[in-house]
Design a protein around this ligand. Structure first.
Ligand SMILES: C[S@@+](CC[C@H](N)C(=O)[O-])C[C@H]1O[C@@H](n2cnc3c(N)ncnc32)[C@H](O)[C@@H]1O
Length: 237
C-alpha cells in the first residue's frame, strides 16, 4: 500500500472528513491516511500520532517524501496525549481493536472539547465503541462496512450531540443495535450480511461448546442465544 493506492478501507475512512479538515490520525503508522488527505485537499492539515518509534519514523519519512511537513505534524506519544485540548476538529483512530480505541478515547476525553467528529475503524468489537460514544455524548451519525482482503471492517462516525438520535426502539432493540450497528442494520449491505453469517457460525460453535461443558454459565448462555436470534432475524428478513 502507498499514498497513491490507499486501501479501500482507509479511503472510506478519509471520505468521512469534511473539506479543509484539521484532524489527528492516532496510530498513524506510515501516515498514509493524512498524506493522502492533504495531497487531495490543499486546505487540510493534520497531526499524525504514533506511540511506537518505528512507525513514527516511517510517518516522518512519508511526510518528508511528499513535502507535507508544514501541514502534517508527526508527533510521538500515547493516544490523544499528542494533541492539546481545543486543538483538533476531527479525530481518526483506525486499524486497532475496538477496546483499544475505546481506551484511547476514554483516556484522552479532555482533549475532545473542540472535536466535532470522531471517525473510528475497529478491527474487532465495534460494540465497545458504540457504547463509548453513547455514554460520552457522541451521536453516531453514520456507519459503513467493507470487505477487503478477506477481512470485514466497520467504520463508525460520531459527532457531539444527543446519542439517542441514532437508535430506534431504545427499549427493545437497543442492545442489538449497539452490537450490530443501527445504520448497518438499515443498510443491509452484502459485507454486513457476510459478517452476520460469519458471526452466526461462531456463535453456534460457542453455544455447542458451552452445552458440552460441565458447569453452565446461564447468563452467558442466555446472551449467546439472544445474539443467535438477532443474527437469524437479520439473515431471514
Ligand atoms: C495496525 S496499525 C494501523 C495503522 C493505520 N491507522 C491503519 O488503519 O492502517 C496500528 C498503529 O497504531 C499504533 N498504536 C497502537 N496503540 C497506540 C496508542 N495508544 N497511541 C498511538 N498509536 C498507537 C501502532 O504503533 C501501529 O502503528
Amino acid at each position: 500500500m502507498n499514498v497513491n493506492q490507499l486501501s479501500q478501507r482507509l479511503a472510506l475512512v478519509a471520505g468521512f472528513l469534511p473539506k479543509g479538515a484539521y484532524f489527528a490520525d492516532i496510530g498513524s503508522d506510515h501516515a498514509y491516511l493524512p498524506c493522502y488527505v492533504c495531497l487531495n485537499d490543499p486546505e487540510a492539515k493534520a497531526v499524525a500520532g504514533e506511540v511506537n518509534k518505528g512507525p513514527f519514523d516511517s510517518a516522518l519519512n512519508e511526510v518528508k517524501k511528499h513535502e507535507l511537513h508544514d501541514r502534517i505534524d508527526v508527533r510521538l506519544g500515547d493516544g490523544l496525549e499528542v494533541i492539546a485540548p481545543d486543538e483538533m476538529k476531527q479525530i481518526i483512530i483506525a486499524g486497532m481493536g475496538g477496546p483499544l480505541i475505546r481506551d484511547i478515547l476514554e483516556k484522552g476525553k479532555n482533549k475532545l472539547t473542540s472535536v466535532e467528529r470522531v471517525i473510528t475503524q475497529p478491527n474487532i468489537d465495534s460494540r465497545s465503541i458504540r457504547k463509548w460514544y453513547y455514554e460520552n455524548g457522541f451521536n453516531l451519525v453514520d456507519e459503513t462496512i467493507v470487505e477487503e482482503g478477506g477481512h470485514i471492517y466497520e467504520i463508525l462516525v460520531a459527532e457531539k450531540g444527543n446519542p439517542d438520535n441514532a437508535y430506534q426502539n431504545l427499549q427493545e432493540d437497543f442492545q442489538k443495535q449497539l452490537w450490530l450497528g443501527p445504520f448497518l442494520l438499515q443498510q443491509r449491505s452484502s459485507a454486513f450480511i457476510q459478517k452476520c453469517r460469519e458471526e452466526l457460525d461462531k456463535k453456534v460453535y460457542v453455544l455447542n461448546q458451552m452445552k458440552q461443558a460441565t458447569a453452565v454459565n446461564q447468563e452467558k448462555l442466555n446472551m449467546i442465544n439472544q445474539e443467535i436470534q438477532w443474527l437469524e432475524e437479520v439473515l431471514h428478513s
